[in-house]
Design a protein around this ligand. Sequence first.
Ligand SMILES: CC(C)(COP(=O)(O)OP(=O)(O)OC[C@H]1O[C@@H](n2cnc3c(N)ncnc32)[C@H](O)[C@@H]1OP(=O)(O)O)[C@@H](O)C(=O)NCCC(=O)NCCS
Length: 143
Amino acid sequence: MPGEAPLVDWLRAGPAWIPELSLVALDPDGAVIGHVVCTRGTIGAAPALGLGPLSVRPDWQRRGVGKALMHAVLGAADALGEPLVALLGSTEYYPRFGFRPASEYGIVPQHLEWGAHFQVRALTAYDPAVRGEFAYPEPFDRV
Ligand SMILES: CC(C)(COP(=O)(O)OP(=O)(O)OC[C@H]1O[C@@H](n2cnc3c(N)ncnc32)[C@H](O)[C@@H]1OP(=O)(O)O)[C@@H](O)C(=O)NCCC(=O)NCCS
């Protein structure tokens, strides 16, 4: 996604930032080689999470860092009692983490053209009654 670096800064500066759900992976020297973040979104009046950005430094890709970050953040979100995580991303990569097209849950994106790329992962606290339009926090509107 273009503009991912400023997006993280904008998110961190705003009210949607959840420190517990901002995770990094480090190499043996302590350098950041990957990160993932979930921030506060909404479905109507109900809370939900938006996942992203997720990125892994190119020289560390395809070695399981992305997989570990995804499982870690989903596990943390579940432990915190969050009901669901939404994201816009590859329909090849994310289903392996339990993501399904959001339409299967009656959840629609702000941009209908996102289609099946807009995906949802239901967590333990998922409530099927929560349906409607998912809204990312405001900084996503700037990218
Ligand atoms: C996507 C990304 C976060 C995955 O992290 P990673 O550490 O490389 O992923 P893992 O090692 O955990 O998993 C690798 C697997 O994911 C698959 N994969 C990686 N990126 C993919 C993509 N964009 N689309 C489909 N599959 C992808 C690979 O095929 C690989 O599968 P394999 O092990 O069967 O070959 C990382 O590659 C990245 O930062 N890419 C650039 C940014 C990007 O494309 N982000 C948006 C993703 S929708």
